[in-house]
Design a protein around this ligand. Structure first.
Ligand code: PHE
Length: 337
């Protein structure tokens, strides 16, 4: 019986057949079980002998089965490994690499220009109080000039900042009357505007503020002209147009000449040859006073520029929405910039 079983095990080549052999010899209806069942009829002297013999046979069959099982499994594994060999000499697929958003790059470029002129970079919250966004900027409640900046209110006293000018106030208060104050502040601002090619309900401004003794409009003009030349090239000119902001007096809107030359040639702006890039002016005495600076002793200038505008002009982008729709065909063009 043992020999028979071992020969059968030897001939088997897969797990299923092996299981069948196992059932045949060791199963409930197999010969071993049968012999054990018949032990009751065996005489007392013979019982231990037969029992021992049967156990030995069973153990050997079991050993045979186990050995075979391991052999079958090993063989299967080997075959699998053989089939799945990896060709390490195959060239890999290129990983498509992202790049930083064009607005981030432009912000950094602008920061660098101003840092080069001795400015520091400041920050402020996007969720702002009515006080910093308006009141401390000489825009009391009910002031009609608030209409210039349609706002997203969260409560009566809290809103999404409509400009980066509240950072002027926060910076001056932090400085506690010390001079010079010389900061720029980049950040997101929010206005209730209908989005179109030139308007976005959320956009980026960079605020500038300088406060010291003897600061004049000439300083404002010099700083902004230098900025325009660094940003657009030495040929760039600026033009100041009288304007109004409640927090500056006098106020001016600044245009930059737009014969813009970049790596890919030059282009002019529509009809006038000028394009507005920022609002500015001499800090209003009331704003200085509310922020703890004596307007008799100190003066300052401030400006707020629209980063998208500046980027659109620099790169010839015709729709502000391109910055916010994340179309890779647009974004990928800035890889080399
Ligand atoms: N905060 C103004 C705006 O968003 C711009 C500005 C800033 C004007 C600083 C003057 C001085 O329209």
């Amino acid at each position: 019986l043992k020999q028979e079983a071992l020969t059968e095990i030897d001939q088997v080549n897969d797990i299923q057949a092996l299981t069948a052999v196992k059932v045949k010899y060791l199963g409930k209806k197999g010969p071993i079980t049968e012999v054990l069942r018949g032990m009751a009829n065996v005489s007392a002297e013979e019982r231990p002998l037969i029992g021992k013999l049967v156990n030995e046979i069973r153990e050997e069959i079991e050993r045979g089965l186990n050995l075979k099982e391991t052999a079958i499994k090993n063989k299967a594994l080997e075959e699998k490994l053989e089939k799945e060999t990896i060709d390490v000499t195959l060239p890999g697929k290129p990983i498509s690499q992202g790049n930083r958003h064009p607005l981030s790059k432009v912000i950094e470029e602008i920061e660098d220009i101003f840092i080069g002129m001795g400015f520091e970079v400041a920050e402020g919250p996007e969720v702002e109080s009515d006080y910093y966004n308006f009141e401390a900027l000489n825009l009391p409640k009910e002031h009609p000039a608030r209409d210039m900046q349609d706002s997203f209110y969260i409560t009566e006293e809290i809103l999404m900042r409509t400009h980066t000018s509240p950072v002027q106030v926060r910076t001056m208060l932090n400085k506690k009357g010390n001079v010079p104050v010389k900061i720029i502040c980049p950040g997101k601002v929010y206005r209730r505007d209908d989005d179109d090619a030139t308007h976005s309900h959320q956009f980026i401004q960079i605020e500038g503020l300088v406060v010291d003794e003897n600061i004049t409009m000439t300083d404002l003009k010099g700083v902004l002209l230098n900025f325009a030349k660094k940003m657009y090239g030495d040929h760039a000119k600026i033009r100041l147009r009288p304007s109004f902001f409640p927090f500056t007096e006098p106020s001016a809107e600044v245009d930059v000449s737009c014969m813009m030359c970049g790596g890919d040639g030059c282009r002019t702006c529509k009809n006038t040859g000028w394009i507005e890039i920022l609002g500015s002016g001499m800090v209003h005495p009331k704003v200085l006073e509310m922020a703890g600076y004596d307007p008799e002793r100190y003066s300052g200038f401030a400006f707020g520029m629209g980063v998208e505008r500046i980027a659109m002009l620099k790169y010839g982008i015709d729709d502000i929405r391109h910055f916010y729709t994340n179309d890779l065909r647009f974004l990928d063009q800035f890889k080399r910039v």
